[in-house]
Write a protein that binds this ligand. Sequence first.
Ligand SMILES: [Zn+2]
Length: 225
Amino acid sequence: MKKFVLIALGLLAAGISATAGEKVFALATAGDVEAALAERVRVRLEENAGVVVRPAAALAVEPGQSLEAIGRAAAKTLGENDHGIIVLARPADDQPQGVCLPHERFAALNVAKLEAGADAEHVERRAVQEGLRVMSMLLKMAPCPFPLCVLVGYEKVEDLDQMSGNYCPPCLDRFTRYAREAGLRTIDPLAAEAALAAEAVPAAEPAPAAEEAAPAAEAAAPAVE
Ligand SMILES: [Zn+2]
C-alpha cells in the first residue's frame, strides 16, 4: 500500500500520469443527428452511469465513410482528459448498428439503425441503452447474464425496448469501480464522497504530509488492487 501511494504521488508530481478523477467520456454526433437528441442522451448517460460525459464537437460524415471510419475519425479528436468517445452517427450508407473498439477508445452508434420501428422517445431510450453498453465496453467490462440489466445480450434492435434501461446493481458497482480505477470523474456526490472516504484512509496513514499536500481526489488516485 505504502509503495503504491508513494509511486503514484511521484508520478503525479512528475506529470507522467494524469490527475485521477479528471477523465471524462466525450459524446459527439456525426452526420445528420439532432444536437438536442445528443444532449438529452448525454444527460441521461451521466445520470445513469454517474460519470461525466462532455459534449464534443459535431463531426461531418464523408461520402462512403464506414461507421468504423467515423469512429476512428472521432477518436482523433480525443483530448488529453478523454477516456473515450461515443459517436451518435448517421452514416451515408448501410452500416452496422454499432462499432466499439475499446483499444482505440471509440464507439460509434448508428442512429439510422436505432430508429427502426421506433418513435422519438424510443430512439432516445435505445441510444441511452447502447451508450451505457459501449461505456461499459470502453471500461473493458464483461457483458452481464442477468436479464434485468442493460448489459445482457440481445439480438434485434427492438429487443432493447423490452430490456432494462440501466445497469443492474452489481454492474453499476463494477462500472463505478472500473471508472474510478480509470480516473474518471464521477458526478454522484454521495458515491464520490464515499469512495474518497474509503480510499483516503489507507493513503493517509503512511504519508500524512502527502495527504495534506494532495487534494482528496489525488489521494484516492492509485489503483490499490
Ligand atoms: Zn448487470
